[in-house]
Design a protein around this ligand. Structure first.
Ligand SMILES: [Zn+2]
Length: 146
């Protein structure tokens, strides 16, 4: 890293540290010298096959610790139906796959969520109308006073 000397010039300070000690690759077992920039976190040699294998092992261990993740991800992908963009004013809850939700969680919890979704859609529509009417009233007051 360059630094400024007392005379205003720049100098490169060589870091005279010992190179990192060799360590065994966690995949192939060959000794390698880790890159000093990763400060001891490097677990494999530079062979791309070893790096891919470590990545595969790390992913497999993560999926073993999180067995529900794949199932939930597949479920999430089936909950929204594909289709063209909704027309203005269309009910967005129609895009939701309620049958799939009922199959997955049972009828009563799905009914609670369906009614909550309908309630929230109605509430948002009412709020937008109320806000639009308020803005129209403010605009007409401004026009009337000008
Ligand atoms: Zn290796």
């Amino acid at each position: 890293m360059p630094c400024t000397t007392a005379t205003g010039g720049t100098a490169i300070i060589a870091i005279m540290k010992k190179p990192p000690r060799k360590r065994p690759c966690s995949v192939c077992g060959q000794l390698f010298r880790p890159d000093p920039r990763v400060r001891g976190r490097q677990r494999t040699c530079l062979d791309p096959g070893c790096q891919q294998e470590l990545h595969r092992q790390t992913c497999a261990a993560w999926h073993d610790r999180n067995p529900e993740w794949d199932r939930e991800t597949r479920l999430r992908k089936t909950l929204l139906k594909d289709g063209p963009a909704l027309a203005a004013g269309a009910d967005p809850t129609g895009r939701f796959n309620w049958e799939r939700a009922r199959d997955e969680m049972g009828g009563q919890p799905a009914a609670v969520i369906e009614e909550l979704a309908k309630y929230l859609v109605g509430w948002v529509r009412d709020e937008i109308r109320r806000e639009a009417l308020k803005n129209m009233a403010i605009t007409s007051l401004r026009i009337g006073s000008a």
